[in-house]
Design a protein around this ligand. Structure first.
Ligand SMILES: [Zn+2]
Length: 349
């Protein structure tokens, strides 16, 4: 890929509010910072002015600390105001964790993309699938040790403890349509890769882009293949989404993402993300030119630091995303194996 001359990002609000704090970042837009119990230790929730009330964009995870932060906000900076609806960008627990709690308590409608809504419902309804032998084989057959494969098989269940469920009805957000919130019209965009049909909102008139997890200032969002769809190509979907966004989002837009600081410089950030994934593909190409490798064997090629089993699961999913993408575009070829053997790939260049 051609190297890009990328302008540095600009951060109009260089200080994040403290956990539980709310600040106005644009007229009628409030930034609500909530803690997360992970190494990524926060999420940005946004409140968008909505005919005298506030639409809630994502909710934070369901744990006591986050509920307490909401209670404090409702009794403090949000006292006397009205919440109008919840808009959820995707099914991950930090985004929809408190949807059930908020919508039930305040009688709020939920707006979400169809795939994200039904996928979240499926995880709750069919949690046994997360323990299935096929899910363990997914890791094992691609070169992860038995011990780790077993521990990863049950890990998905922790998702259920971090979400309060969804209301039984919702309003579908459809890519390409407009969503009116208060005095603004937002164009709805959706993208794959990090999630299945993640929603982003763009107000062209005010150059406000709510990017969710698709474009974040500092971190590269997790792009993983998961056991329920082993042949998925989320990296291909993600790269396409980034290329599409680069065409339609104005370069001087104010990007309000779900993590890190809000920023200006979306084209520059997209170029960096595209180059990052190309570099990772190149590392895999070099390694698999020497000898065929399984996805498990490629984990240390992309992740040199020691990883615990939890991190290994994410790293493996990321590696497989790059492998499946490279298989799709013909940069890798599967190495034929006898039944029972580990699946390996080799560079076709
Ligand atoms: Zn996410």
């Amino acid at each position: 890929m051609a190297s890009h001359i990328t302008a540095p990002l600009h951060f109009p609000h260089p200080e994040a509010p403290p956990n539980g704090g709310i600040v106005e970042v644009a007229p009628g837009v409030r930034w609500f910072r909530l803690p997360l119990p992970f190494s990524l230790d926060h999420i940005n929730v946004y409140l968008i002015e909505d005919n005298g009330g506030w639409a809630v964009l994502d909710t934070g995870i369901d744990d006591q600390i986050t509920r307490d932060a909401w209670e404090a906000a409702l009794a403090g900076p949000l006292a006397g105001t009205r919440l109008t609806r919840v808009i959820a960008t995707h099914f991950h627990p930090d985004h929809i964790g408190l949807v059930g709690w908020l919508t039930e308590r305040f009688g709020l409608p939920l707006a979400m993309s169809r795939t994200e809504y039904f996928f979240a419902q499926t995880l709750r309804a069919n949690s046994d699938a997360l323990r299935s032998a096929a899910h363990q084989a997914f890791y094992h057959d691609r070169g992860l040790a038995n011990e780790i494969s077993k521990s990863l098989r049950t890990q998905g269940l922790s998702y259920l403890s971090m979400v309060t469920g969804l209301p039984t009805t919702f309003t579908r957000l459809i890519a390409g349509q407009e969503l009116r919130v208060g005095g603004r019209d937002f164009r709805i965009y959706t993208g794959g890769g990090h999630a299945l049909e993640q929603v982003m909102l763009y107000c062209a008139a005010d150059k406000l882009f709510f990017a969710a997890d698709q474009v974040i200032a500092k971190i590269s969002p997790n792009i993983s293949v998961w056991p329920w769809e082993p042949a998925a190509n989320p990296l291909g979907e993600y790269l396409q989404s980034l290329a599409d966004l680069r065409e339609v989002i104005a370069g001087d837009s104010f990007v309000l993402a779900a993590h890190n600081l809000p920023f200006v410089g979306v084209h520059s950030r997209i170029d960096t993300l595209l180059a990052h994934h190309r570099e990772r593909c190149d590392l895999i190409a070099v390694a698999t030119r020497e000898k065929p490798c399984s996805a498990g064997e490629l984990v240390p090629v992309l992740f040199q630091r020691p990883l615990d089993p939890h991190q290994t699961g994410f790293a493996f999913g990321e590696v497989l995303a790059h492998v499946n993408f490279m298989l799709e575009i013909g940069e890798l070829a599967p190495v034929s194996v006898q039944a029972g053997n580990v699946m390996r790939v080799s560079s076709s260049a």
